[in-house]
Write a protein that binds this ligand. Sequence first.
Ligand code: BGC
Length: 768
Amino acid sequence: MNQDYIKPDNWSIIEEGFDVESVKSSESIFSIGNGAMGQRANFEENYTGETFQGSYIAGIYYPDKTRVGWWKNGYPKYFAKVLNAPNWIGIDIEINGENLDLNACAKVKNFRRELNMKEGWYNRSFEATLQNGTEIKVNIRRFLCMDLDEVGVINYEITPLNKEAKIIYKPYIDAGVTNEDANWEEKFWEPLETKDHENEAFVTAQTFKTHFKVTTFMQNSILENGKKLNLSPEIVSATKEKVQFIYSVSIAKGEKSSIQKIGGYTVSLNHENTLSGAEKVIKEALAKGYDLLLAEQIETWSKIWEMSDITIDGDVKAQQGIRFNIFQLNQTYSGKDSRLNIGPKGFTGEKYGGSTYWDTEAYCIPFYMATKDQQVARNLLTYRYNQLDKAIENAEKNLGFKNGAALYPMVTMNGEECHNEWEITHEEIHRNGAIAFAIFNYHRFTGDYSYIPEKGLEVLIGIARFWHQRANFSKDKNQYVILGVTGPNEYENNVNNNFYTNYIAKWCIDYAYEQIQKVSLEYPSDHKRIIEKVKLSDVELQDWKKVSTNMYFAKSEELGIYLQQDEFLDKDLVLVKDLDKSQRPINQKWSWDRILRSPYIKQADVLQCFYFFEEHFSKEELQRNFEFYEAFTVHESSLSPCVHSIQAAKLDKMDMAYAFYLRTSRLDLDDYNKEVGEGCHITSMAGTWMSIVEGFGGMRVKDDTLHFSPKIPKEWTGYSFKINFRNQILKVSVNHKETQFHLEGTKNLTVFVNGKEVNVAPNSLITV
Ligand code: BGC
């Protein structure tokens, strides 16, 4: 049974009733972020029940010394961890002498959380009876400003219900935090100094080793029935890592008392002096005040939705699912800063260590490309360009490659590898392919070729060199093979000739080769600059081509399918449908060796190749491969169902496409993989977007033109999405009878609908 406590709603995520068992899940699901920072939905007041405390700052990491049982050469010595950052949300509360703790109250009722995705705020309310008999009503609203992105705001309001209450608010900031995910139980933060001044306090700390300096700040105001009181903290307690204030008030029964806390971080990535930076930021936030900050937040989110909303009519759960995904993606990455990227858990948990996986290129870029300014996707590409030297160093020093071959890390924060399982770090090399594919995809969608001569070509050359050297000639097969890899399906390791890997390797070489020719003709001075820099000769180019034209692909002629790897058909091919349900998810039930020997596929692999290179294969080939591999796929990676959903839609298997859509869009809300407490699956959320736009909408870009083949699940009465295609916004609305296009722009746009040409004029509605 999946989790089923989130109330269906078009615009909000809602939980009603207090259940200690779901605190950790809700802490993930109700997380908030603004691209620069984010945090789990931890309670502000002390909570003695089970909780996973997490607050994160984009780009701030700690290199934790690698810990493995059996060291293998080539492992990185350390790997960067997403860091639990100092706490600025904490407000301990004492009421009539008793600490407020939802785990220790005599009674808690009307507990409700709401994450309002339309307006970008999180609200928690409840009524509690304390052990001392005081009954209170509490309402807390919190948001992280999208515009003033170093600032978060909390309004914590208490109403005593049965008697007068003496309330002591004890807001604090605390750098004495630890990570759940730490190899040696070490502290990651070194406190440097604290400062307090009237209602403001600052704790400056730096990360050990990486020396990122962070000033965590707070400013507090106390209000009675909405009016600010002129109250200074009575007692200030400060250690080197924590400052806590104490404000005492008495409030009559039925009246409202509240504390407004402004808090957040200034970091050395953006400020020379983080302390004076924080003082300035507080002034700016105070000048605006709570109401204006909230109004700005609502306005900014309305602009985001204006561009990226997807509507679904007739199916609230599906609607809620897609909006949750779009909301989280926007909370995780704003695209303002090319030093940042999209971690698989975003700001909702620590799992997965570093921040950047192939997820970004394979799954996230299409979403950001189509719902933001094209600079955002370009920033994501630039991130890899800026890390090219490290990828070359990684291939050379750690793995013995030469001549500028680049292997991008499996996981990274700063270009260095952050992962250390040999079967993944050393073998899951297909990631290099997705990075090249993203460059192709960016050009295909945006039409902006300038990125390739400016930056992309160097990346393509480094990657092509890697594949050229990584393949070896098999005399037996008289072809090039790629041995000892892990494909996207991590439930097989050290396999030979993984179809996806071989295919993308060949494609990368061919694509790099073609772009070198094109740049040489169209951008001769860039060509000269690059070729001199990377010292590329015609002889080397011809050698590359020998590998790509002679790459080996394992097939079964009898079944008419490509083989995921040489020996796939030797396995005991029991279908997933014949596997006892009690055995799933297999990664929580089976030993690793049993998983490896089994035919079960964690995520799309051969089918991932069909997804990227759809036009290289016929529909019949897709059908045969889909039917074969889908039957063995357990989708235990969040990245899997979206690809299957897109392909099922293409093959007119609409029930299946819909089931996969629900699975991908509500993966966290309904906790399909039984692990949401560790954090949400942010990167796969972009896959959810793809499953509507590319799956049901059938959107493709061919020869600079948009194509659609709209389909609609029978459960829906209609749906719509918007895309930014080359600086014009096209809205596509689909129902069971027709498809409508509306263009916000200035130029006519030609699109194809089921192969038929349609002209869309600006600002008019075209019905097909
Ligand atoms: C998947 C990888 C993915 C990683 C991060 C793993 O479970 O198998 O493909 O890159 O998670 O999302």
